[in-house]
Design a protein around this ligand. Structure first.
Ligand SMILES: [Zn+2]
Length: 369
């Protein structure tokens, strides 16, 4: 194991932060698998699972089982981790500009595409290497204005050439689910079987260039531009490890075991692996529909994340006790109620839950802010 400490330059005199990356296996070994947690810095199930995973990786290393290159960044957002407001972690957005830490990653196809004109030949493997080198060069020359820009670039310096990128998040109250593109369906299937995720939300373009999409969309864009001499070698996902309060060593240790199975199945480690679950149910991200609060008030539920619901079914209530008024929360589509808001109060018009269905109902930007 090798630990790398990456300095961020700091937003003002006298303030600096660091990003810590841990590596197992040799630089350049394949597959290269990258895992990070805490990009939304108030989401701790992923970082705790990675703490347990790293102990398992140390054991595997001692047993000589590391074949590929595994990179773990357990806390990917030192900026967000330090941002507390009124005794609560903020985590999701930077306090300077209110930007979501998981949006606005560099568009590698736009940055590197022109330089690849005339550089690609008939050998797909050689083209992958050429494109990855071009991505690295583009990142090295990318414009950095703010500390958050710098964080985005430093994260992608370690990921632009990875075969597999897992960005571990969590939701408010939720069952385990993940977001993936259509690029590597066999890996989508494998990830579900290794982790036990109940739902895979599939979309090639979600809008906003989130961290996961910043690794798959460029390959698709370059394929559109240069044709099928450009393969799609990268699988990237946002894996939602249930809800914000689902933080326990027992669950994290089990999740780390699932990730080890995934690493073995991918060939990054040698050893025996037996995925313990069935594949996640795949649904289009455009079929995940949100229900908005009809009034402000107190939120109560008669359902739980993971429940199968039918469109129009009663999910819970919003109550305004001052006005002695109560409104129903109804399923906006038929499918899996996979997430609910954590808070027990709401504002009028606030999103309260999502139901994922097989029927695409939405267009445009498909992610919440
Ligand atoms: Zn998140």
């Amino acid at each position: 194991m090798r630990t790398e400490t990456v300095p961020l330059s700091g937003p003002s005199p006298g303030t600096t932060r660091t990003l810590t990356r841990h590596h197992w296996g040799q630089e350049g070994a394949r597959p290269k698998i990258y895992l990070q947690g805490g990009l939304h810095a108030d989401e701790m199930p992923g970082p705790l699972a990675l703490y347990h995973l790293m102990q398992l990786l140390d054991l595997a290393e001692a047993e000589g089982r590391i074949v590929g290159h595994v990179v773990v960044v357990p806390l990917a957002n030192p900026i967000g981790l330090s941002e507390w407001l009124l005794h609560k972690p903020v985590g999701r957005r930077d306090l300077e500009g209110a930007h979501n830490f998981n949006r606005g990653y560099p568009d590698l196809a736009a940055l590197a595409g022109d330089g690849l004109e005339g550089q690609l030949g008939a050998d797909p493997a050689a083209n992958v290497a050429t494109i990855r080198a071009a991505f690295g060069k583009a990142l090295a020359g990318a414009k950095i204005e703010t500390e958050v820009d710098e964080l985005r670039i430093r994260l992608m310096e370690a990921t632009h050439d990875a075969d597999i990128v897992l960005d571990l998040h969590c939701d408010h109250r939720a069952v385990m689910h993940f977001y993936a593109s259509t690029a590597r369906p066999e890996i989508t299937d494998l990830l579900g079987r290794c982790t036990g995720a109940e739902l895979a939300l599939i979309e090639d373009s979600s809008g906003g260039n989130a961290f996961d999409e910043a690794h798959t969309a460029p390959w698709r864009a370059l394929r559109d531009r240069f044709g099928d001499k450009v393969p799609q070698p990268c699988f990237s996902t946002t894996l939602e490890y249930r809800g914000q309060l689902d933080v326990s060593d027992a669950v994290a240790a089990e999740d780390a075991g699932g990730l080890m199975t995934f690493l073995v199945e991918l060939g990054a480690l040698t050893g025996e692996a037996d995925p313990a679950h069935g594949p996640a149910e795949e649904m289009p991200l455009a079929g995940a529909v949100e229900f908005m609060a009809p009034i402000g008030g107190i939120v109560t539920w008669v359902t739980d994340p993971g429940d199968r619901v039918a469109e129009g079914q009663l999910l819970g209530h919003v109550t305004d006790p001052a006005a002695r008024r109560r409104e129903d929360l109804l399923a906006p589509t038929t499918g899996i109620l996979f997430r609910q808001e954590l808070w027990t109060t709401c504002l009028k018009g606030q999103g309260l839950c999502h139901v994922a269905g097989h029927e695409s109902r939405r267009q445009g930007d498909l992610l919440s802010n």
